[in-house]
Design a protein around this ligand. Sequence first.
Ligand SMILES: Cc1cc2nc3c(=O)[nH]c(=O)nc-3n(C[C@H](O)[C@H](O)[C@H](O)COP(=O)(O)O)c2cc1C
Length: 218
Amino acid sequence: MTRALYDVIARRRDVRAEFTGEPVPDEVLLRVLDAAHRAPSVGMSQPWDFVLVRDSATRRTFRDHVAGERDTFAASLPPERRATFDRIKVEGICESSLGVVVTHSQSRGGAHVLGRHAIADAGLYSTVLAIQNLWLAATAEGLGLGWVSFYRESFLRELLGIPADVRPIAWLCLGTVSHLETVPDLERHGWRSRRPLADAIHHDTWQHHPAPPQTEET
Ligand SMILES: Cc1cc2nc3c(=O)[nH]c(=O)nc-3n(C[C@H](O)[C@H](O)[C@H](O)COP(=O)(O)O)c2cc1C
């Protein structure tokens, strides 16, 4: 059982190119959303909601917006990085089975959310944990999931009729896949590699760190 969890964590991948587009059975989708809804949340605020987007016209509109944001980012890159970025797919919005837009409501739970008085972002952390639960459950179900963040919040809010005080946090492309890659796309395409775990561990203070200090670029 323990090994099964670690296995799912290791197999989880951000998926862009491997979607096959078949429908996800309702009971599977509900299990995955239930896993997300069981996430821990500050003061039990459960500040998340899930907008399931199946409509193809809506998805095409969002895909075109994302393509524009991809161009904006590409234009900011020096030539060598741009050549690498040009090979990387950043979304599978129309190829996936559906979009799951996860939103965050900072007002959920009222004015006195237990545990959030000093750290307002604790609400946001809770919503992100729901996303991670969703991602792992999807992996356990043999589905793929890809997080898209190349968009302007105001555009997505308007597209889906999300209230002004609710933030769209992620468009998740969810669906059936041919396979999951074993190496992250960004690593396979030479954009960036994973840091060794040892570089991330500090003992007692930030300074007690066996690895040499990293530069800001790394
Ligand atoms: C907050 C967040 C936003 C992300 N946005 C995008 C995105 O817009 N497009 C994309 O292709 N991947 C996106 N990713 C996926 C990361 O690129 C991916 O998680 C990372 O390269 C590690 O690969 P892995 O998830 O397959 O291990 C995002 C991931 C996170 C956590």
